[in-house]
Design a protein around this ligand. Structure first.
Ligand SMILES: NC(=O)c1ccc[n+]([C@@H]2O[C@H](COP(=O)([O-])OP(=O)(O)OC[C@H]3O[C@@H](n4cnc5c(N)ncnc54)[C@H](OP(=O)(O)O)[C@@H]3O)[C@@H](O)[C@H]2O)c1
Length: 293
């Protein structure tokens, strides 16, 4: 049993992970800007505030904080928030590491969109270089801020794909149109989406803790084109799929620079995490979708 502190543990990934960790007998606390109920403690990383009473016993520290990448257009202010809520929170937690004498392991969430969108046919592995676009560079900075912990404890970085979950996330943004039978693919629809079921992701974090894994790991169970993904969602919901694609220029108008993550994709390999003994439970897209919609 470990004493585990999960920053940003109130969200989509955190809620599944925290339940699983508790189920397995770990002592879990959550850091939130708006703590509600038992086991949640206050912090406000941008103001340098944290409830220090919980730090002493922490053995495993997980940071899942981050303002939603695809929630708002990437204005200069929004980019600052995306940065602060990831790099800022990792850096702040590192400053507090001195108050965690029992810390063995720091695990940060990170993104699969690390490698850039220049070569859509390549299947990226963890040793590949970061891309040059905004999102890849954000992931690079995010992981470098996690590496601050290198001198203190083991560090793992979970390069997370689109998470399929019952509530929240990308799926909930797609569901309304598909449910009304007007769902459609984006741009050419050829762009590859990497995905993972929320339960598999929670199990993957636990595997990283159990085996004290270090370094970066691609966290995806499968890939599919945007067209295939949207069609599968319509099929699982027993809805027709006939609506024309949303053209790329409309996406640019609606989302500006952020449209890159909707219109472009990349392939990535999950061989590294599997080689450590991890097995995905949801590898079939339709089965994964069925279990969450
Ligand atoms: N879901 C996905 O498909 C996906 C894919 C790739 C990577 N990821 C990454 O995985 C992590 C967890 O994802 P998630 O889907 O669970 O995200 P989420 O549901 O949006 O939750 C993230 C948590 O971050 C905290 N947060 C939000 N804005 C913040 C800010 N400005 N400053 C500090 N904390 C803030 C919130 O906690 P409080 O409000 O309680 O403080 C929130 O519960 C994120 O870093 C995300 O970028 C997710």
């Amino acid at each position: 049993m470990k004493n585990i502190l999960v920053a940003g543990g109130t969200g989509l990934v955190g809620s599944t992970l925290v339940s699983l960790l508790k189920e397995k007998g770990h002592a879990v606390s959550v850091l939130s800007r708006n703590p509600k109920g038992e086991g949640q403690f206050f912090w406000n990383p941008s103001e340098g505030k944290i409830d220090e009473s919980i730090l002493k016993e922490v053995q495993v520290l997980i940071n899942l904080s981050g303002a939603g990448i695809a929630d708002k257009r990437w204005s200069t202010a929004r980019k600052e928030e995306l940065h602060q809520s990831r790099i800022g929170t990792n850096t702040f937690l590192f400053q507090k590491a001195i108050e965690m004498p029992n810390l063995e392991h720091f695990i940060t969430s990170s993104g699969i969109n690390a490698y850039g969108f220049e070569d859509p046919e390549k299947c990226f592995v963890e040793e590949d270089f970061f891309g040059n676009d905004y999102i890849s560079q954000l992931v690079k900075d995010w992981e470098e801020s996690a590496d601050l912990f290198q001198g203190v404890c083991k560090v793992a970085k979970i390069r997370t794909a689109v998470v399929l979950a019952k509530e929240g996330g990308a799926l909930q943004k797609m569901l309304p149109t598909v449910k009304f039978g007007i769902g459609s693919h984006l741009g050419t629809g050829d762009q590859t989406m990497c995905w993972i079921h929320a339960e598999d992701l929670a199990r993957l974090f636990m595997h990283v803790i159990d085996f004290q894994l270090e370094g970066a790991y691609n966290a995806l169970a499968g890939t599919s084109s945007n067209l295939e993904f949207t069609k599968s969602l319509a099929e699982v919901l027993h809805k027709p799929f006939w609506f024309p694609a949303v053209p790329a220029f409309v996406m640019h108008l609606l989302f500006g620079e952020m449209s890159i993550i909707l219109l472009k994709g990349l392939k990535a390999s999950n061989v590294k995490i599997k080689s450590t003994g991890f097995e995905f439970q949801y590898t079939d897209l339709k089965a994964a979708l069925k279990s969450v919609v």
